[in-house]
Design a protein around this ligand. Structure first.
Ligand SMILES: [Zn+2]
Length: 71
């Protein structure tokens, strides 16, 4: 009985320089803050866009899930 061996290359971790990550991290942070604003505050304490409550209804479950004061 012969055993065939398969050469599996060792995985090498890819190094991503911090200089390339920072702009994407800032972008993701701004996007996250924007989403957080719309879920937590828009159509509640502040209404920047008059959506007649549609925006509030759209994020209403998320608002309750994250324990933001609602009604
Ligand atoms: Zn509510």
């Amino acid at each position: 009985m012969s055993q065939a061996s398969v050469a599996v290359p060792n995985p090498v971790p890819v190094q991503i320089p911090l200089r390339e990550i920072v702009p994407w991290a800032v972008f993701a942070g701004i996007l996250a803050l924007l989403v957080l604003f719309f879920v937590s505050t828009e159509s509640g304490a502040v209404e920047l866009f008059s959506s007649n409550g549609l925006l509030h209804e759209f994020v209403h479950d998320g608002r309750h899930l994250l324990a933001f004061p609602c009604h």
